[in-house]
Design a protein around this ligand. Sequence first.
Ligand code: KG4
Ligand code: ZN
Length: 340
Amino acid sequence: MQVLGIETSCDETGIALYDTERGLRAHALHSQIALHAAYGGVVPELASRDHVRRIVPLIEAVMREAQTTLQTIDGVAYTQGPGLAGALLVGAGVASALALALGKPVIGVHHLEGHLLSPLLSAEKPSFPFVALLVSGGHSQLFFVRGVGQYELLGDTFDDAAGEAFDKAAQLLGLPYPGGPALAQLARQGKSGAAHLPRPLIDAPHLHFSFSGLKTAVLTLVRKLQSEGCFNEQARADVALEFETAVVDVLAAKAFAALRQTQNQQLVVAGGVGANQSLRSRLVKEAAALGVRVYFPEMEFCTDNGAMIALVGALKMGQGARDYGFQVRPRWPLTELAAA
Ligand code: KG4
Ligand code: ZN
């Protein structure tokens, strides 16, 4: 079965063709980073308009790359939510129109389910059940994944998501949007132990997160360094490194606690923050000592992409899902998926 996947939930237009027998046939992505950079964050209306501009040429590019035509596909999957309403509507509209014209089924996919299952796009895949650490711009969650559509929420954030914390801390350090990768790059010049920040909830007897206090601690530290006249390039790098290490410490501690709690030996890391090298190497190192296997999606499938949407669409259609409804759900907790 061949499924065309369309992702337009935020600031990336992602298109892909996934074949249940042959795997990913082709994919294409257009990032809007340059478009939004001047505003320091995503401008929803500009995002929607850019999706409108990019989506059809990207679908054509994917079809060319796969050397096939739209007539050969068995269905269309699009990101139904969560995300920006206007941006989601572009993908939902194009997917539904295309499916109607082709006489094929169309189904709406949960964006986070895409992230959760994205390691299944790799040659070395985890097997069910596994623990998933989902760390993106909008989410910091731990799930116990028993199978497709079977997600038990083990831990969530009380306030900011890990990626959001990266973005806000980066802003305080005067770094450009998107903050996460910029902060990680600055951290490479940092001196370990030169700055001190808290590790929120690291010893708490549960699997929940809280990152807003860490952001406030960065603000307080930056102000102190500024008032002392020592907020120079090295100090900024030291704060960046300490911030990154604090987030990695907390994420690693909670992920391994979740593995212990579920007595599981497989950890999947998904979402944009999963692209962070420091997080990757820490998890791999600690996992090796515990006999745990860690699975990361390929770098290009860590952040938003169409491949993960096509994959989930194919898995769901394989389970018999058929949804001709046209709907977007800007706010949509993954735990409500079964009821949708
Ligand atoms: O999954 P994603 O592309 O979009 C959402 O669904 O939110 O994640 C984007 C988030 C942003 O907050 C970005 O700053 C963060 O992932 N991010 C990183 C890195 N690359 C992306 N955070 C830390 N280190 C990175 N290398
Ligand atoms: Zn995402």
